[in-house]
Design a protein around this ligand. Structure first.
Ligand code: SAM
Length: 219
């Protein structure tokens, strides 16, 4: 069996053993998780672990999130194919690719230029034409293309940045880990009549959102 075929089988197994039993039921999310080659987004020496049930280091002190967390956050965003989405924290670009499978247009901001460049190259190679990437402080959002139907923050924030709340469309969703520096609650907010209604989904552990409306700097 060739390598790509083996990875494809590992992806199917990942969906069956890690996602379905934990309540990922959205068909479009499951299809995207089955399709996107996660192994292309991790460092070459970690490829063989790409479909394991855990986050992995991607360099620069950052991580690619556990597949289940990627699927859960995506499911919480309830994206429709004609919608636009903003991701804060592109990291490896893997979550970006999942979003690009589901939405019309994806905007993604990464603080670390080196990671932005790497993810841009992989996303281009894989043929994602509906992704706009930028290096910068995503805690300020990306006002130029706002409002968004969905905003996903993939780093832990001390609070919900007001400036991000303002960039969510009426009826839109904001998914964000909020809380302490080392652990957070995954919050899902729906914008209804101009107000964000919050629901906590589960506890989680993310690297910090560092920027003007996040944490001041790395501890
Ligand atoms: N979604 C990513 C993936 O699939 O690989 C994982 C993201 S990683 C857990 C969090 C990312 O957020 C890191 O790459 C980090 O550099 C980035 N980050 C932290 N603070 C940021 C900020 N203010 N603006 C943009 N990116 C930020």
């Amino acid at each position: 069996m060739d390598r790509e075929h083996r990875f494809e089988e590992e992806r199917s197994r990942m969906v069956e053993t890690q996602l379905l039993p934990r309540g990922i039921t959205d068909e479009s999310v499951l299809l995207a998780m089955k399709k996107v080659p996660r192994h292309r987004f991790v460092p070459a020496d970690l490829m063989e672990f790409a479909y394991e049930d855990r986050p992995l280091p991607i360099g620069e002190g950052q991580t690619i999130s556990q597949p289940y967390i990627v699927a859960l956050m995506t499911q919480c965003l309830e994206l429709k194919e004609d919608e636009s989405v903003l991701e804060i924290g592109s990291g490896s670009g893997y979550q970006t690719a999942i979003l690009a499978e589901l939405a019309r247009q994806v905007y993604t901001v990464e603080r670390i230029e080196e990671l932005r460049n790497r993810s841009s190259e992989i996303l281009n190679t894989l043929g994602y034409v509906n992704v706009n990437l930028k290096a910068g402080d995503g805690s300020e959002g990306w006002p130029e293309f706002a409002p968004y139907d969905g905003i996903m923050v993939t780093a832990g924030s001390p609070e919900i940045p007001e400036v991000l709340a303002e960039q969510v469309n009426e009826g839109g969703r904001l998914v964000i880990p909020v809380g302490g520096y080392y652990s957070q609650e995954l919050a899902v907010m729906h914008k209804i009549h101009g107000n964000l209604e919050r629901k906590n989904v589960c506890g989680c552990v993310f690297v910090p959102l560092i920027g003007k409306y996040g944490w001041e700097r790395g501890k």
